[in-house]
Write a protein that binds this ligand. Structure first.
Ligand code: AVJ
Length: 329
């Protein structure tokens, strides 16, 4: 049972992904050359569950590495931010990492607001349930894109204490360099002097490790990727033959990113009724579904500085080759 001093609130104001948005994006991006689909659509309820499974795979070391860092240094990070009034997490997912961080800190005597921003209502429900078990917290769940979440945050009246923003899991790696710079600027503008951003970034490592992380031997990442086609079939009346598409992960060293693609294994036509789309795929033609940029610690700090932050401290997990950077607004 939830203690009386906690409550969960959910905004109903915004639905992050409507069927109309999805149809318009599929129509637009599948017609591009190269064909593509934005990675935010990977997170329907089944996609979110498959992503949670990925986080437990021994080959995907991002989550374990970051959780180690948050457990070891979470208490210190939070005590740097005294008096902390609020934690905002963009892309909170199932809430496990924030829970790990809070567990490692001293028991709280002052109230703390947790604002969870995520595109997946299923993930938000799980996270709200887990986090509302902590003492002295109020949980606010916002079903929203990062951009809309940041915009709302920036237009709110100033909070009494300091705000810590979390952008973990190397979620920033989904943006291309210009998009990441724009995101960091927007994050900086949503914060006030004395607030801080904690940024989790996966680091460049040997190609074999990266390919095992994004094309795992159990096929969970393949299922996560191919589920995008399942979602299009169900929500948009697509007639994809799933057997005609396979998962591909490639390391693009020049751009410093892992790319996920869906590869058409033969020439085939696909009709997506509710997007009013007819496509002829050639054998070997790809749909590019995700980029995961990989970083080196020094450039993370440099990008934060360019966006108007002051980098304060950086922690590295050697085993996973993952970094956390704390930067002040
Ligand atoms: C949640 C976007 C950070 O890019 O590593 C995991 C998603 N894709 N396996 C990542 C993902 C394939 C993940 N992010």
């Amino acid at each position: 049972m939830r203690p009386a001093n906690t409550r969960v609130q959910t905004d109903a104001a915004e639905v992050a992904v409507t069927t109309a948005d999805f149809a318009a994006a599929v129509r637009h991006f599948l017609a591009q050359q190269p064909r593509q689909l934005p990675s935010r659509f990977l997170y329907d309820p089944l996609g979110s569950a498959l992503f949670d499974a990925i986080c437990q795979l021994p080959w995907y070391r991002v989550t374990a590495g970051e959780t180690r860092l948050l457990t070891q240094h979470g208490g210190a990070i939070l005590s740097h931010l005294h008096p902390l009034a609020r934690i905002v997490e963009l892309g909170a997912g199932n809430g496990d990492k924030l829970a790990a961080m809070l567990s490692s800190a001293l028991p709280r005597t002052t109230p703390l607001d947790l604002d969870l921003i995520d595109i997946s209502p299923a993930a938000l429900a799980t996270a709200s349930r887990a986090l509302s078990a902590f003492d002295q917290v109020r949980v606010f769940a916002h079903e929203s894109s990062y951009e809309a979440g940041l915009h709302r945050l920036g237009s709110e009246p100033a909070a009494a204490g300091r705000t810590l923003m979390l952008f973990l899991g190397s979620n920033i790696g989904n943006y291309d360099p210009d998009g990441a710079a724009a995101f960091l600027k927007q994050a900086r503008e949503a914060l006030r002097p004395g607030d801080a951003l904690l940024l989790g970034t996966d680091l460049v490592k040997p190609e074999t490790d990266l390919l095992m992380a994004y094309d795992d031997p159990l096929g969970v990442t393949a299922a996560f990727n191919r589920n995008l086609l399942v979602r299009i079939k169900r929500e948009l009346g697509g007639d994809f033959d799933l057997d005609g598409f396979t998962h591909r992960a490639v390391w693009n060293g020049r751009a410093s990113r892992v790319e996920m693609h869906l590869l058409s294994t033969r020439a085939q036509r696909v009709r997506i009724a509710h997007a009013d789309l007819d496509i002829a795929f050639g054998e070997g033609e790809h749909i590019w579904t995700e980029s995961s940029y990989k970083f080196v610690p020094e450039t993370v700090a440099a990008r934060l500085s360019e966006a108007g932050f002051t980098p304060r401290e950086q922690w590295l997990d050697r085993e996973a080759q993952f970094s956390l950077t704390l930067a002040e607004a």
